[in-house]
Design a protein around this ligand. Structure first.
Ligand code: FES
Length: 281
């Protein structure tokens, strides 16, 4: 006991009276998050095959959406160049921008910042990456806990602002999924259809939506600042829905993380011709 606070540090780092496999959860978190960080960083640098137009498809990877600029590289097919131009908000990337600066670099800071500052992930990666503590009732490698009231962790409070940006992304990805249901027919017209890729893109929107709209900050936004929620029936219903998503926030967090990675992989495989998208109609 130091300064009136309970401490387990006297017993040495990793010492505990717990008899369960307390190390499994932080280990899985460490492996899962590390794999995702390595994959997404590599994809951002690779910067190719993020828009699939093969066989009339129009699937855009969520790692690169929205496309603000695109590099007008030599060797782009006319179909791909046309599709990129249609997606890009501001056209081609200025010539002085190095080619390794893919469209992902311009937008990935937003979802990455949202996840990095998420209340659930904070609890998970504090345990998994710097063992502070490594799990509940397991002694820490440090004697004092500095918390999130001081630099640099005080910046985690920016999460509520990241929420606003992340919410906009859900609508953008929904629009991409909708666009992905309009396939280019042989006569050049776009025809409404459904492919495996459409399901993959919509699955991504649903899972990311469930994660984003179950955010603790959103819950506070909906249910906070009012004394009697029961007097605001619409708001009360929304609060109930957000609370329902929030109760399973960890599940949504992991499912959406895995699925957004898989969605990018699917688009990459289709765009590179490794996989062929199956069309239901
Ligand atoms: S608390 Fe997890 S996304 Fe906001």
């Amino acid at each position: 006991m130091a300064n009136g606070q309970a401490s387990l540090s006297d017993t040495g780092f990793g010492k505990t009276m717990r008899r369960d496999a307390w190390w499994v959860q932080p280990l899985l978190t460490f492996l899962g998050l590390s794999a995702f960080i390595v994959y997404s960083t590599w994809r951002a640098f690779y910067g190719q095959h993020f828009l699939a137009v093969e066989g009339g498809t129009n699937y855009l990877s969520p790692f690169f959406s929205p496309i603000v600029y695109f590099h007008d590289l030599p060797g782009l097919s006319a179909d791909l160049k046309g599709a990129l131009a249609a997606h890009a908000w501001l056209g081609t990337m200025p010539g002085w921008v190095p080619h390794w600066v893919s469209p992902a670099f311009l937008i990935l800071w937003a979802p990455a910042g949202f996840r990095f500052t998420c209340y659930y992930y904070r609890g998970a990666y504090y345990k998994a990456f710097w063992a502070d503590p490594i799990n509940c009732s397991v002694s820490e490698p440090r004697d004092n806990y500095r918390g999130e009231q001081k630099f640099p962790l005080i910046f985690q409070n920016i999460h509520r602002y990241f929420f606003y940006v992340a919410a906009v992304f859900i609508f953008i990805l929904g629009y991409d999924a909708w666009q992905g249901m309009w396939f280019v027919a042989e006569d050049g017209d776009r025809k409404f259809g459904l492919g495996i890729g459409s399901l993959v893109l919509w699955g991504n929107v649903i899972l990311l939506g469930g994660y984003t709209f179950g955010c603790h900050s959103f819950r506070h936004l909906i249910g906070g600042g009012i004394n009697k929620l029961s007097k605001a029936p619409v708001r009360s219903k929304c609060y109930e829905c957000v609370g329902c998503l929030n109760a399973k926030h960890m599940i949504w967090a992991w499912c959406s993380l895995v699925w957004v990675g898989f969605t990018d992989l699917y688009v990459w495989m289709c765009a590179s011709g490794t996989w062929t998208d199956f069309r239901f109609f």
